[in-house]
Unconditional design. Structure first.
Ligand SMILES: [Zn+2]
Length: 208
């Protein structure tokens, strides 16, 4: 009998605590308002927290999917351009399906592991794992929005005569030293001169 109880105790401890089942797991509805031409997702941090994912990762996803620029400001997410709460809710739901929900047992008790550049979703509840979908990287910059001192994501499209990688965004050519064609990078804009911009690499994101 003691063994049985101990076994039961162990089994219960293995059960995911709190937000254990999908039925009880509720993604907070986006609280959206507008500031000028920007969309503010007021409960961004709360949503990332509920999903138990890195806010930067969620933000990067949303920017890519919405095809805009933006940033995290404290607990808020700020997006250039106007997006409805429905549009944001759909993207967050898609993120949840792709990066949080176990496709085997449909529980959200999972974590992401990066192995040899492959991001894998591993389920804490059933042990299943799957690679997350490789998405086509999109340039995240809306028109005329690059600013000096800001960091953006770029895809290097060509190499200039002096060997610097060149990304194109709208009317701008952005020169990024130490990159080659196909590189995806995060780079900081050092200087904008007319339609030319000069950036410095902050992080390498891979190749496309
Ligand atoms: Zn599972």
């Amino acid at each position: 009998m003691d063994d049985y109880l101990e076994g039961l105790d162990r089994a219960l401890k293995k059960m995911p605590a709190g937000k254990g089942t999908h039925e009880r797991f509720v993604i907070p509805a986006p609280k959206v308002f507008y500031e000028g031409k920007a969309t503010v997702l007021d409960n961004f941090a709360g949503i990332a927290d509920t999903l138990n994912r890195d806010p930067d990762h969620l933000m990067k996803y949303l920017l890519q999917e919405l095809g805009t620029a933006g940033k995290i400001e404290g607990h808020r997410g700020v997006f250039q351009g106007k997006f409805t709460d429905d549009a944001l809710a759909r993207q967050i739901e898609a993120y949840f399906e792709e990066y949080v929900l176990c496709s085997e047992c449909r529980l959200p008790d999972t974590h992401l592991i990066k192995n040899d550049r492959v991001l894998t979703l591993t389920c804490d509840a059933c042990g299943a794992h799957r690679p997350v979908r490789k998405r086509k990287a999109k340039t995240i910059i809306a028109k005329d929005v690059i600013e000096e001192g800001q960091i953006y994501e770029f895809r290097v499209e060509s190499v200039g005569s002096k060997g610097d990688g060149i990304a194109k965004v709208d009317k701008y050519l952005i020169f990024i030293p130490s990159t080659t064609k196909g590189d995806m990078v995060k780079a900081k804009i050092k200087k904008i001169s007319g339609t030319l911009a000069f950036a410095e690499i902050v992080e390498r994101l891979g190749k496309v």
